[in-house]
Every structure is written in structure tokens, then in C-alpha cells.
Ligand binder design. Structure first.
Ligand SMILES: *Cc1c(COP(=O)(O)O)cnc(C)c1O
Length: 419
């Protein structure tokens, strides 16, 4: 039996005898167990491994929070709660899910513009930390707290004057619906002082899906510098300092897995340099896709195979209604293929160039174009890797009225037993 550790950019799953292996099973075996396609499988042990790797390399003082919107599948969130220090939510629905886990409600934070009064009430009743997005929201929070007779816990969510984009670190912020512009924060903190609310700290989220350690490090440094500038305006000592996330995963040809060491080194340095600022403060990294994205696959079955004007098309039974991002319609400017494979013919045997389309009657429903793949036929499976984050719940499931995909979570304990 030959074992290959990875098929780029697959980083979480081994390949054995040319089959992709998930928790010791081939996709065929998984499909037989699950009973129908399409499905998502989320591999708990792969997520646990990812968290352990992070913990082993990051300074011990850094807390890790999970941003639930990346993947709110309840069994996954519940299991992950045994490994992270807190959860970040962005709606009452996510908050109810978080309150239904083992996480202490005071380790839950709630961000998002447009929080409604009923959502604020639920958060305040449960002592959840509110990342406040505006002066108006602060006023509503104070009013609701007064009605409930509970002192709300608040943090200032900041729209910084720098930005971490996949293209690089940009200085000079932009206008957004998220948070308070950094220049508005001193006035906001003065208002916090005057109201019957408990000041917790700052929340700075400056970007997502970045694969450049130097840029992430620069953004983290700028975040600490911003906090130092604002510190004289703090109405009480800071308790929590949420420095955002931004850690990316490789999706496309040429993407390289993020090197964590320089990020960890930089954070260690910042904790020393800014010890006056962060002494006794919980410094939090909030991560979504970095924790779960690589641990999920999406599997469809090939229904038809045909040639149109010289191009070979595989028509599969899943597509953009389950996985908008893989179809290229979730924010990509130029469509690029996700890593899509024939899970039973990874490297060996005949190959072909194909286009893969889902069943929806729209030309947007494409899972791969001009893809080199191990030859596959109707009845075979295709697997979309890197599908553990922003997949089913970030997709237009009702479009064309197909069934949702089945979701399966392989928990850390039982899956370990089967590998
Ligand atoms: C979406 C989001 C995250 C998670 O982003 P990832 O790219 O999945 O790590 C973290 N924090 C906030 C405030 C978010 O909105």
C-alpha cells in the first residue's frame, strides 16, 4: 500500500492506492454509508489537528475563537467548542446555536451591522459580548440593558484605517457598514463612559483569506498600534482585544499553504513590545475558514457525460445551489477552479480535460472548467476539496428547488477509532 501525503493543494487528506481517504474511508465507502449524493463530509479529526497545530505554534497567551458563519453545522460547532476559547456569532440564529454548546456564554461575542433589538436582548440576557457597530447601536444596547436590569458588555468594533486584502496590506481605510471608523472611536468611548454599560475592549477585523504572512503580521502590528493610540480614551481597563483573523487556505493552483511561523513570531514580539497594553488582557484571534475549510469535501455523482462542440462535459447532481463558492459566484472576479478531483483516480490511469456542470438551468452552475481529471463516467463521483467553509450555508439552496446536500460530521472520537 503506497501512501501519498497530499495532492496539491490538498493538505488534510491522504491518498492511498490512488483513492482519496477521509477518516480511513474512500469516497465510495462514504457514499455507501451515507446512502445518497450529493453530500458534504466534515472531518472532525482534521479540524482537531488544525487547532492543535495552531496552538503548538502560537504564543500561549493568544486565545482562539471560531467564527461560526464559516460553518454552522451544529455537530461540528459543538465538537469544536472542546478545542477553542470562544465563539463569534453574527445573528440570533448563530447565537442560539452557540448558547447550545459547552462554551461559556461570556466567551461568545456578537458582531454584525443591523443587530435587531430582539437579537440584542438575547445577547444581553446571556451576558454575551456585543461588538458594537455604531453610536446608534450603543444607545439601543444601553436602553435594552436598562429595561432588562442587566449591564450589557460592549466592545468597540473598529473599521481601521488600514486593510488586509488578498492583494496586500492597504493603508487608508474605506467607507463600510462595519464598525466605527477609527477616528470616531474616541467619541464612542466617551459615550460608553457615560452609559450604564461594561467596557470590554476592542474588536478589529481587517480582512479575510490572506496567504501572505508578512502582510498578516503587518496588519497585526498596525492593530496593536491603533489600540495604543486609543488607550487614553478607554473608559475602563481593557479586558478583551480581538485582533481579527485573516488567515487563508490554499484554494487555487499556485496557492501555497500559509506559513504560520512568521505570524507566531510577530505575535510573540508584539505581546512583549506592547505588554503595557495587553497585560491582563485576553488577546483573541478569530478564525473561520482556517480552522474548518480544509477539513470538508463536497461529493457529487456524475449523471451524464457528453461532448459539446469539442468539449467534454460531466453533468453532476450537485452544484452552485450547494456550493456557490466552488461555482465561482461567491465574490470571485475571475472564475478559477476549486480543487476538484475524481476521488478514485487521483494520479494514475487515463486522464481527460473536462467541464463539470451541475443540474441547474443556468450557465452559472459550473463546478470546473477545462479541468484535468482522472477519467470519470456516469455513476462515478467527483469531489470538491477545501469545502469545509462558506459552502452549503453560503449558497442559494432554494434556487431551482433541488434538495439540500446531506451534511455529515465525523466526530473526533469515533472517527479516530476507525482510522
Ligand atoms: C467572517 C468573519 C470572520 C471569519 O473570517 P474567515 O475568513 O473565515 O477566517 C471573522 N471575524 C469576523 C468579524 C467576520 O465577519
Amino acid at each position: 500500500m503506497s501512501e501519498k501525503p497530499r495532492h496539491p493543494p490538498v493538505t488534510q487528506f491522504p491518498v492511498r492506492d490512488d483513492h482519496l481517504m477521509i477518516a480511513g474511508r474512500t469516497v465510495h465507502e462514504l457514499a455507501d454509508e451515507i446512502g445518497s449524493t450529493p453530500f458534504f463530509v466534515y472531518d472532525g479529526p482534521a479540524i482537531a489537528k488544525r487547532v492543535n497545530q495552531l496552538r503548538s505554534i502560537l504564543p500561549e497567551a493568544i486565545s482562539i475563537h471560531y467564527a461560526v458563519k464559516a460553518n454552522p453545522y451544529p455537530a461540528l460547532v459543538k465538537d469544536l467548542c472542546n478545542r477553542v476559547d470562544g465563539l463569534d456569532v453574527a445573528s440570533a440564529g448563530e447565537l442560539r446555536l452557540a448558547l447550545n454548546t459547552s462554551i461559556d456564554p461570556t466567551a461568545i461575542s456578537f458582531a454584525g451591522p443591523g443587530k435587531q433589538d430582539h437579537e440584542l436582548e438575547l445577547a444581553i440576557q446571556n451576558r454575551v459580548l456585543l461588538n458594537v457597530e455604531s453610536q446608534g447601536e450603543l444607545q439601543r444596547i444601553a436602553n435594552i440593558g436598562e429595561q432588562l436590569g442587566i449591564r450589557p458588555r460592549v466592545s468597540s468594533r473598529i473599521n481601521p484605517d488600514f486593510e488586509l486584502k488578498s492583494a496586500g496590506m492597504k493603508m487608508g481605510g474605506r467607507s463600510t457598514p462595519f464598525g466605527l471608523d477609527s477616528e470616531q472611536v474616541p467619541d464612542f468611548l466617551a459615550a460608553v463612559k457615560d452609559m450604564d454599560v461594561e467596557f470590554s475592549g476592542l474588536h478589529v477585523f481587517n480582512g479575510s483569506q490572506n496567504l501572505h504572512p508578512d502582510q498578516i503580521a503587518a496588519a497585526q502590528r498596525a492593530t496593536f498600534e491603533l489600540a495604543v493610540k486609543l488607550a487614553p480614551a478607554f473608559p475602563a481597563p481593557m479586558k478583551t482585544f480581538n485582533i481579527g483573523g485573516g488567515l487563508g487556505i490554499p484554494y487555487f493552483p499556485g496557492d501555497k499553504p500559509l506559513d504560520l511561523q512568521p505570524i507566531a513570531d510577530n505575535l510573540s514580539q508584539l505581546l512583549i513590545e506592547y505588554s503595557d497594553l495587553v497585560d491582563g488582557v485576553e488577546v483573541i484571534l478569530e478564525l473561520g475558514r482556517y480552522l474548518v475549510g480544509e477539513a470538508g469535501i463536497y461529493v457529487c455523482k456524475i449523471i451524464d457525460k457528453k461532448v459539446s462542440r469539442g468539449k467534454t462535459w460531466l453533468i453532476v447532481n450537485g452544484g452552485m445551489h450547494h456550493h456557490l463558492a466552488a461555482s465561482g459566484n461567491l465574490g470571485q472576479l475571475i472564475r478559477k477552479n476549486y480543487p476538484v478531483v475524481n476521488p478514485d483516480r487521483i494520479d494514475r490511469g487515463p486522464r481527460e480535460h473536462v467541464y463539470i456542470a451541475g443540474p441547474l438551468c443556468t450557465p452559472l452552475d459550473i463546478l470546473a472548467s477545462n479541468l484535468d481529471i482522472g477519467t470519470a463516467n456516469p455513476g462515478d463521483y467527483i469531489a470538491v476539496l477545501q469545502s469545509g467553509a462558506y459552502a452549503q450555508t453560503a449558497s442559494p439552496q432554494a434556487f431551482l428547488s433541488h434538495e439540500p446536500a446531506i451534511e455529515v460530521y465525523l466526530p473526533t472520537d469515533s472517527a479516530e477509532a476507525t482510522t
